[in-house]
Design a binder for this molecule. Structure first.
Ligand code: ZN
Length: 298
């Protein structure tokens, strides 16, 4: 009943101070967690865009695989989760089984999660046409070199503003051969019947890019995604840095709305529970094989 519903809603909102405090604490913890990850594993990005020369890796080598490995998961008819527990990677697949990969993860994770993950779900890594990197930090691009070396003809795409710091690294890194490697604002990358629109979003790093794309769910229905490529601020930034970050956030919000996005995704699982959601989608699809479309067809 509307009246009951509205009074219940009012009582929950007016008496929700502890709940609000919990949300704020959780949000702060999530931000801090990602900030620490970026400081520990990132490329040392600062508001003025300075970057370390090395491809960043966890100090002392990677964590044991048991601490980060996540199995691949089928999210929809043509979207697969290939990430680890803290960072996302995805594969968007065309009707011809050609592939756009989002993110490259840490260098040590790209093989087990992306290359082996594609094989595990029955896809051929050699059919990856593009790898789209959200930004120039090692937890998202450390594996770009391995992917470029392993997949003949693949095009690695960074935000155009990310390439100078990537190419300045002295350790193995992906290389740029031409404008096809540049993620420029509004560029649409198409492979067969799937495509991804790039929205430049300087803020988290100078070269951060975000993505708008559509996939089909397990019933074949279209799902429109707004994928945010950089969600954490540098607490030592100046006013110009924060203004840039805010302008980019507003720009992407408007772009997502204009696109008609109905799903918001992030490249860190802390922000959207993506690891758990992907595993849940896989489990549901495995245990509930009757789809609504097949029911409707009867
Ligand atoms: Zn980062």
């Amino acid at each position: 009943m509307p009246l009951h519903g509205s009074s219940r809603f009012r009582s929950e909102t007016t008496n929700s101070t502890p709940h609000r405090r919990k949300i704020h604490v959780e949000a702060f913890n999530q931000l801090w967690c990602v900030l620490r990850l970026d400081r520990k594993y990132g490329a040392g990005a600062s508001p003025n865009g300075r970057q370390s020369a090395e491809v960043p890796r966890p100090p002392g080598g990677p964590d044991p695989i048991a601490n980060w490995y996540a199995p691949p998961a089928k999210i929809g008819d043509n979207l697969y989760f290939l990430g680890e527990r803290a960072h996302h990677a995805f594969a968007l697949v065309s009707k011809d089984r050609e592939i756009i990969v989002f993110e490259a993860l840490f260098d040590y994770a790209a093989g087990p999660e992306i290359l082996d993950g594609l094989r595990a779900v029955g896809l051929n890594p050699k059919k990856v046409k593009y790898v789209l990197i959200s930004h120039e930090h090692g937890d998202h691009d450390g594996g770009a070199y391995l992917l470029q070396q392993s997949i003949p003809g693949v095009t690695i795409v960074y935000g155009a503003a990310a390439w100078p710091s990537v190419l300045a690294r002295t350790s193995p890194h992906a290389t740029r051969s031409g404008p096809e490697n540049d993620g420029t604002d509004g560029r649409v990358i198409t492979v067969g019947d799937v495509s991804v629109q790039i929205v430049t979003m300087p803020g988290h790093t100078p070269g951060t890019i975000s993505f708008l794309f559509e996939y089909k769910d397990n019933d074949g229905n279209p799902v429109k995604v707004a994928y945010v490529g950089g969600t954490a601020i540098n607490f030592n930034g100046n006013a110009a840095y924060y203004n840039t970050y805010l302008a980019s956030a507003r720009k992407f919000a408007a772009a997502g709305a204009a696109y008609g996005a109905n799903v918001l995704m992030s490249n860190h699982t802390e922000f959207d529970n993506g690891y758990f959601r992907a595993q849940t989608a896989e489990a549901i699809a495995r245990t509930c094989p009757i789809r609504t479309s097949s029911v409707n067809a009867r």
